[in-house]
Design a protein. Structure first.
Lengths: 343, 455
């Protein structure tokens, strides 16, 4: 079957979705995808980031489709013509979805562990605005502890439901899911207190945002201060390939993840032993540096420079604040404290 | 007195019970269909009748039936959508509560037409007492041999179950209803595949509204051509209208499509005019999700023709000057009611009922609700009106299911026709703070204030 995306023709097999065809072409025509994950069955269609304009249905039925279609769940037809980045309508829709995703998102990138490898950051860099039109109070959730390995930040979640599909498809006992509905829909374990099975760590890898982060790596380092290396070990867990990326700072392994490809999808899923317990260099056979995207923030710390010490150039005593500010905040004159006098 | 098809026997005492219903000609369509007609002939009759889906979208029912995949050899299902949750609509409840056997009869005949041996009625959780009425009616029909194995010796088997939802508007969307019926979270599925190919338990399924199915017995008893004679143009047959609001006689009415809106509003047979001497301000013809119309577009279309109660006439002029027949939830407002508050209320409903699956609806409905809440409470900003229009246009068409559109349309229509009222709320917050603003001062009296303010 022949499909044309933004003027570029490609020959695909029946059953290929538009997104897969676009990924075969590569480059600028690839729509962004926040919820679709090629390794997970039934994913996609939810985030609406990958909307495309089908300008010609097929050779048999050349009518254009009236609505924008989610490219990750729409199958290709022979002779289909699709406008992706070329269509202003599609650009408008992607901007709209980005704005919707961000209105209730905390925008706490400076303290978020995902920053630097976050799909939502990339999406808003590409399609977002610098200003928000949202002046309302953001929707928030009570924090919930979902176990010893994984930290859940529900406020950051965009409800792609990939983590639910991971638990469904990699394990036989899913204990978490989506509760409630509308903008209060949230990921929760509800009855069981902890997500505890050997493949639960993959939830962290599939999470496009910082909603699920690794507790063994939390606040240890920004991702761009780490160097990724391909590594492997003889893993005895059934179903685990033992092939990982280890993220190193000097000679210390700070984090272990699956090997992610250019679309930020892991090549193979790994077990929790590899991910959380094997943090010694001696545990691993290190194959060599892993490739990364040229424009990613990881490249800020590329291998041509030797990194020994991180220095942040700021004013001296910046954490103490300026003298005039300290006075304004007047921490000494606590009104509840009768012993201190007002200055 | 116009012709009644659904409600003609509603006043017979005891029509709820099988005996009385049977004595009054009930279940005749089952006998006729099973003994003298083939399933395809029944489908053909329904096609000829031009019966359109009464749930809101108005898709021709016969056409929907003919799409069902009979070649695959998989078992087929008929599901009746009794999850009537549209604000302003209560016709199905009335039908099921007072003449439950009509629905059961329609289900048997329709299942026969589709070749379905296992059919369901999915009813909303709030209709618990109606659920019990239906259960009783099914037991009676089963005892009389109209359900179960080998109905009337024809060799056709049918099991009919009533399933109770748990109170979610989204479960009225057909694929969400199917998910809910399967015992899952009621999230709409991504289409295609359509239910006619892969619906309940991945089998071919038809989902129809209560009123659509209840119209089938009459069509079979008489003929599709007879049904097509009632009504006007492509709007054939009769329609139940749930009328509410500032009118003299609220309630459920069966009308022949093509009746003029003026006659429906003012004749004593129907609504009997406004409830007080306050004038008509606006009306919503088809439940909360369709656009609201201002007074000057109610009785006449923009082209100056009489507005009729039909699919075509109500949508005349598109969304600029028209609306939709929808599910027939006819809501009338007089000049004491505040359109901003009404829009906020609808918006709050959609925010509450959004399933949270896809981004534009999950985030957009909540945003619109918050902005409208601010405007209604006197904290609006001038740019909020444009903001609302922008949000709604970004939800519309970008969602998985029509709930996003349903949330977007009323907001767009309210601003389109009643923009000055929004401006009044924003510019004169002190006048609206007691929430009785239009009771003492109808908007017509204060309208001049809005135009004087130069922003």
């Amino acid at each position: 079957m022949k499909v044309t995306i933004d003027g570029q023709e490609i020959e695909v097999e029946a059953g290929t979705t538009i997104l897969q065809a676009a990924r075969m072409i590569g480059g600028e025509v690839v729509p962004p995808a926040m919820c679709y994950y090629s390794k997970l069955k039934g994913s996609g269609g939810k985030c609406r980031c990958c909307l495309v304009d089908v300008t010609k249905g097929s050779d048999a039925d050349p009518r254009p489709m009236p609505k924008l279609m989610a490219s990750c769940v729409t199958g290709c037809q022979d002779g289909m013509e699709i406008a992706s980045k070329a269509s202003p309508r599609v650009q408008e829709a992607r901007k709209a979805v980005t704005e919707f995703l961000l209105i209730n998102h905390p925008l706490d990138c400076p303290i978020c562990d995902q920053a630097g490898e976050c799909d939502l950051q990339n999406l808003s860099f590409e399609h977002g605005k610098s200003e928000s039109r949202f002046i309302e109070e953001k929707r928030t959730f009570e924090p919930e502890d979902i176990g010893p390995h994984i930290q859940l930040h529900m406020n950051r979640c965009i409800l792609c439901q990939r983590c639910v599909q991971v638990a469904d498809q990699l394990t036989d006992d899913r204990v978490h899911g989506v509760l409630d509905r509308g903008d209060h829909a949230n990921i929760s374990t509800y009855i069981s207190k902890a997500i505890d099975n050997e493949f639960s760590g993959n939830m962290i890898d599939v999470c496009p945002v910082g909603a699920l982060t690794d507790k063994t790596f939390r606040f240890k380092s920004r991702v761009w201060f780490n160097k990724p290396y391909n590594a492997h070990r003889e893993c005895t867990t059934p179903g685990c390939c033992g092939k990982t990326t280890v993220w190193m700072f000097g000679n210390e392994i700070q984090r272990v993840t699956g090997r992610k490809d250019e679309f930020h999808e892991v090549e193979e899923f790994i077990c929790n032993t590899c991910r959380f317990d094997k943090k010694e260099v001696t545990d691993w056979v290190i194959e060599g540096p892993r490739e990364f995207e040229k424009d990613s923030v990881i490249n800020q710390n590329n291998y041509t420079q030797k990194l020994e010490k991180v220095e942040i150039a700021t004013e001296k005593n910046i954490l103490l604040g300026r003298d005039q500010d300290r006075k304004k905040i007047s921490m000494a004159a606590n009104p509840l404290d009768t012993n201190t006098k007002k200055s | 007195m116009s012709q009644k098809i659904l409600l003609d026997k509603i006043n017979i005492p005891g029509i709820k019970t099988y005996e009385v219903y049977r004595q009054n000609g009930g279940y005749a369509s089952v006998e006729k269909a099973l003994k003298t007609l083939t399933p395809d002939e029944v489908v053909e009759e329904v096609k000829t009748s031009g019966l359109r889906g009464r749930g809101g979208a108005g898709f021709p029912a016969g056409m929907k039936w003919s799409f069902i995949d009979k070649k695959s050899g998989k078992p087929r299902h008929l599901v009746c959508n009794a999850d009537e949750s549209e604000p302003g609509t209560f016709k199905d409840r009335y039908l099921m509560e007072f003449i439950p056997h009509l629905l059961i009869e329609g289900m048997i005949t329709s299942s026969y037409a589709l070749g379905a041996n296992l059919s369901y009625i999915y009813i909303r959780g709030e209709y618990m007492w109606v659920f019990k009425i239906l259960e009783r009616a099914i037991a009676e029909a089963k005892a009389a041999g109209f359900l179960g194995k080998n109905i009337l010796g024809s060799g056709f088997d049918l099991e009919l179950h009533v399933h109770c939802g748990a109170g979610a508007y989204i479960c009225g969307e057909e694929t969400a209803l199917i998910e809910s019926l399967e015992g899952k979270r009621g999230n709409p599925r991504i289409k295609p595949p359509f239910p006619a190919v892969s619906g309940l338990w991945a089998n071919p399924t038809v989902v129809n509204n209560v009123e659509t199915i209840a119209a089938v017995p009459w069509i079979v008893n008489n003929s599709g051509a007879d049904y097509a004679k009632i009504g006007i143009g492509r709007s054939t047959g009769t329609k139940l209208i749930s009328a509410s609001g500032h009118i003299k006689n609220p309630g459920v009415y069966e009308i022949e499509l093509g009746l003029s809106v003026y006659e429906f509003m003012n004749s004593d047979e129907y609504l009997g005019g406004m409830s007080s001497d306050r004038p008509l301000k606006a009306f919503v013809p088809g439940g909360s999700s369709v656009p609201v119309l201002p007074a000057h577009l109610i009785y006449k279309t923009a082209a100056g023709e009489d507005r009729l109660m039909s699919y075509e006439s109500l949508s005349d002029g598109g969304f600029a000057t028209g609306s939709m027949l929808g599910s027939g939830g006819f809501i009338v407002y007089n000049d004491t009611s505040c359109i901003v508050r009404n829009t906020w209320n609808f918006s709050r409903f959609y925010h509450h009922e959004s399933c949270g699956q896809c981004t534009p609806c999950r985030e957009g409905t909540g945003w619109m609700e918050k902005v409208l809440h601010r405007i209604e409470n006197g904290h609006g900003r001038e740019e909020d009106i444009e903001l609302l229009l922008s949000i709604q246009s970004k939800i519309e068409g970008n969602t998985i299911c029509p709930l996003g559109d349903a949330a977007a349309w009323p907001v767009a229509a309210a601003i389109r026709h009643f923009r000055e009222e929004f401006e009044y709320h924003i510019r004169f917050p002190e006048k609206i703070k007691n929430r009785d603003h239009f009771v003492a001062e109808p908007f017509e009296k204060v309208k001049h204030l809005v135009s004087k303010v130069i922003v």
